[in-house]
Ligand binder design. Structure first.
Ligand code: PLP
Length: 377
């Protein structure tokens, strides 16, 4: 049975250029060591840092290697909050848990949190909370579930007018849309290598020199003291190689994905009665987030999996229990409709054959999932 992978927003296969760079530098030593092998490792790390900086429009010193997008988000949100002398945080209700849970933990420790309201399409409705200064304002650039691209220009301009430092969670955007950190003017920005064909376990935090996040982790002072710990040189080289290739494809790949997504949506709408489409423009080109009311997302995924089609509900589930997505609930989707959500995300390796495979089975899969009904309630 051939496998049709349609979960590229969860992770996308490593690019060959990244594998090659990874293998080439797998034996690199500690880039902080002063002797020859350390200096060689340092030179590979410096090149990776310079290349990433050039591709993302920042200074090499502003590139901080982390172990995940989650870590980059935590270091930035906590670090900027603790670097400020006010107690207020501004965010949104549709953040990935990497930001949402960090903000929730800071709120439990006494921070005053205000969330920007969202529309039914999953975009931000009102930025006026940014008029009052805050310790940090943190927002995702594009949503991992729906693919909605948020108005970062408006967000950053409003925060800057109040003198509020800003963090952008750009994990779904870097390598998928052009990014120019200098031009944006954000204080910090998080990315994750495995979302653009780099290795799992490498994140990027772009952080301006000032205001810099206060250290959350303490150690040997690597990465400006913001992310201490010996840096993974092979991972950094592989990340730079993957990003170079991803950015070079930006002229053509989004259009190709839009075409495939339109075909997939037309096929689903043509064969399944009652479909709710949660992906509304402006949105990432490879996302298609839907609900089939009356079906359980987990049933849809298991039925598709049994047919070799890999997709997800799009939301982080805890302990295997399918909860209605906080993103869909914030958009005003009912709890039962949210439980019937499924996310297809197309990417670099997606072809017409993958779309045709879904088109060929989706009507039957939804009928069977609807017959099974909702697990509880
Ligand atoms: N932020 C967003 C928007 C994401 O989609 C993800 C991953 O799904 C993360 C943060 C976390 O990234 P990582 O998997 O590298 O920890």
């Amino acid at each position: 049975m051939s496998v049709h992978y349609l979960d590229h927003a969860a992770t996308t296969p490593m690019r060959q250029v990244a594998v090659d760079a990874w293998v080439e530098h797998a034996g690199a030593g500690n880039p902080a060591s002063q002797y020859a092998s350390g200096r060689r490792a340092r030179s590979v790390l410096d090149s990776a840092r310079e290349e990433i900086a050039a591709l993302l429009g920042c200074e090499p010193v502003e590139v901080i290697f982390t172990a995940s997008g989650t870590e980059a988000d935590n270091l930035a949100v906590r670090g900027l909050f603790h670097a400020a002398d006010t107690n207020r945080i501004i965010s949104t209700p549709i953040e990935h848990p990497a930001v949402l849970e960090t903000v929730t933990a800071l709120a439990a420790a006494g921070a005053e949190v205000e969330l920007l309201p969202v529309t039914a399409s999953g975009h931000i409705r009102d930025f006026s909370a940014l008029a009052e200064p805050a310790a940090v304002a943190t927002m995702m650039w594009a949503n991992n579930e729906t693919g909605a691209i948020l108005a970062v220009g408006e967000f950053l301009a409003a925060a800057a007018a109040a003198g509020t430092p800003t963090h952008l969670d750009a994990v779904q955007v870097v390598g998928h849309l052009p990014v120019d950190f200098r031009e944006l003017g954000a204080t910090s920005l998080a990315a994750s290598a495995h979302k653009f064909g780099g290795p799992r376990g490498v994140g990027l935090l772009l952080a301006r020199r000032s205001p810099a996040p206060r250290a959350v982790l303490h150690g040997g002072g690597q990465e400006r003291g913001i992310r201490p710990g010996t840096v993974d040189v092979a991972g950094a080289a592989a990340t730079a190689a993957a990003l170079r290739e991803a950015v070079a494809e930006l002229d053509v790949e989004p259009q190709r994905l839009r075409g495939l997504r339109a075909k997939l949506l037309a096929a689903i709408r043509g064969s399944v009665p009652e479909v709710l489409v949660h992906t509304v423009e402006p949105a990432l080109p490879g996302h298609l987030h839907l609900s089939f009311p009356g079906a359980e997302g987990d049933s849809l995924i298991m039925l598709l999996d049994s047919l070799g089609i890999e997709a997800s509900t799009g939301s982080a589930c805890s302990n295997g229990v399918n909860r209605a997505s906080h993103v869909l609930l914030a958009m005003g989707v009912s709890e039962s409709d949210a439980r019937g959500a499924i996310r297809f995300t197309l990417g670099r390796t997606t072809t017409d054959a993958d779309v045709d495979a879904v088109a060929g089975v989706i009507a039957d899969v939804v009928t069977r999932a609807r017959a099974a009904g909702l697990a509880f309630g």
